[in-house]
Design a protein around this ligand. Structure first.
Ligand code: HEC
Ligand code: HEC
Ligand code: HEC
Ligand code: HEC
Length: 345
């Protein structure tokens, strides 16, 4: 499936720059991938067999073939005056993984590894290189540590940077495009999305650290962190969505309500497990008007929330958040069924 051929004389890099400047609708800028840097899920398969198996069973993978066939898709495209969902710039970044192969843009997967862990071209080699003559088992701890720092600097997103990893989800699951919702009839986002419940069901793939033996649920401490970090991200991305609201119709009203609920939840969390970062976030969120045509103020607030959210995720541990346990959804709320590693107890 082709999105476009690159015009002659314009390199893929230059085109990417141009596209970034044009700020086309779709997934929010900060979380969208550069197709020139995507290597595709096959480039992970050699070393991540079980993760691929887990992913294959998710809607994120299945949507590649399913979405284009849904009647709702055709109706939406018609209302928006578009023809195909695959390759359509306004849909592509949230529904599929695009990769430039031989200077041509192609849809290579549904929502895949790099959609969450970052486009891999600049970090793939470093990530899989254990040092001269070394295998994974014989790699020195110093080499491993240096490799991880280098891969992160080149754009790899792991749970060491939980805020950025979670931002990938919210960048797609909260839809910031007013026209898409009001004209196209697209949902304004996934109702009830939260990082904890939605990452612990069918999306869960915490297999590697068990030596590929099982796919265990998050520890109670990590569940708290996923919940609170997710709640901060919800606030950030709802504020970004309200920033795009210009008319008092479905989209603007839905996003403003959701943003208000998000900041109220942060206040509940702060009352149970206070931290200085969250205090700062609440101050910003409270001082900002959830109004139509207020893009500059709302975006500036979202940027401040993001900066404090990153500090929160880097400093605060789940052990410090025991107070929030009464607010946590239980495992029965996990979205979908987790993958079972064959032979796991
Ligand atoms: C040459 C083998 C190899 C390839 C190819 C590979 N990985 Fe990995 N990956 C590993 C190993 C080994 C680990 C275990 C942790 C470590 O040593 O970095 C790992 C760990 C990870 C982690 C967890 C890191 C952390 O610190 O939490 C992620 C995420 C990951 N890989 C994603 C990917 C993605 C996405 C791709 C494809 C774009 C990929 N890997 C390709 C070998 C590989
Ligand atoms: C900002 C990200 C984003 C963009 C851009 C986007 N979508 Fe979606 N879309 C989603 C998410 C997330 C869902 C799942 C919503 C849910 O959980 O209910 C979805 C759901 C859908 C559904 C199922 C809706 C239903 O009611 O069952 C269709 C059809 C769809 N999208 C089509 C499109 C088309 C066509 C475009 C481009 C014109 C597009 N999307 C652009 C994120 C996006
Ligand atoms: C929908 C987003 C998403 C997709 C798609 C995704 N991951 Fe992940 N991945 C995550 C999240 C979130 C975590 C951390 C979970 C946590 O902190 O509990 C993670 C963790 C990991 C880990 C570390 C697991 C451990 O045991 O420590 C590896 C390895 C990994 N991912 C590799 C992959 C590979 C390979 C693919 C593609 C087959 C992939 N991921 C697809 C979001 C994703
Ligand atoms: C590139 C955009 C994108 C990213 C990144 C993304 N998602 Fe999704 N996700 C979607 C879309 C679109 C759907 C709906 C697919 C469909 O229905 O065909 C979806 C569906 C899901 C579903 C299945 C929902 C259901 O109705 O059963 C879960 C669970 C989920 N996502 C969790 C996550 C989590 C957790 C993360 C981050 C770790 C994440 N997603 C990252 C776009 C994305």
């Amino acid at each position: 499936m082709r999105l476009m051929n690159f015009p002659s004389g314009l390199s893929p890099g230059a085109l990417a720059g141009l596209l970034a400047v044009l700020a086309l609708p779709g997934r929010l800028g900060a979380t969208a991938l550069l197709a020139e840097k995507v290597t595709g899920p096959a480039s992970c398969a050699e070393c991540h067999v079980e993760e691929i198996e887990a992913w294959k069973r998710t809607k994120h993978n299945q949507t590649l073939h399913e979405l284009p066939r849904r009647p709702a898709t055709a109706e939406m495209l018609l209302r928006l005056g578009l023809t195909k969902v695959k390759g359509e710039r306004q849909c592509q970044d949230c529904h599929f993984l695009g990769q430039v192969i031989d200077e041509e843009y192609r849809t290579v997967a549904g929502i895949a590894c790099e959609s969450c862990h970052g486009a891999a071209r600049d970090w793939l080699k470093t990530h899989g290189d254990y040092g001269p003559g070394a295998k994974q088992a014989t790699e020195t701890p110093a080499h491993r540590a240096a490799r991880r720092v280098e891969a992160a600097a080149a754009g790899m997103i792991t749970r060491d940077n939980l805020y950025a990893l979670g931002a990938a989800c919210y960048g797609c699951h909260i839809v910031p495009d007013e026209k898409l919702a009001n004209v196209g009839g697209h949902p304004a986002g996934s109702a009830g999305f939260n990082l904890l419940s939605w990452s612990q069901g069918e999306v869960r793939h915490t297999i590697l650290h068990t030596g590929n033996r099982s796919n265990p649920p998050a520890t109670p401490e990590h569940r708290r962190l996923l919940f609170v970090v997710g709640s901060i991200l919800e606030t950030e991305f709802c504020f970004r969505a309200v920033a795009g609201a210009t008319v008092k119709a479905g989209f603007g009203v839905t996003q403003a309500r959701r943003a208000d609920a998000a900041r109220q939840l942060l206040e509940k969390i702060q009352a149970l497990a206070p931290t200085p970062e969250l205090a700062g976030i609440i101050t910003v969120a409270r001082a900002t008007g959830l109004r139509l045509n207020n893009a500059a103020e709302l975006t500036a607030a979202a940027d401040k929330i993001a900066a404090l959210g990153r500090e929160f995720a880097a400093r605060v541990t789940g052990a410090q958040l025991a107070g929030v346990d009464p607010l946590l959804p239980g495992p029965d709320a996990d979205k979908g069924k987790p993958y079972q590693v064959p032979g796991a107890p």
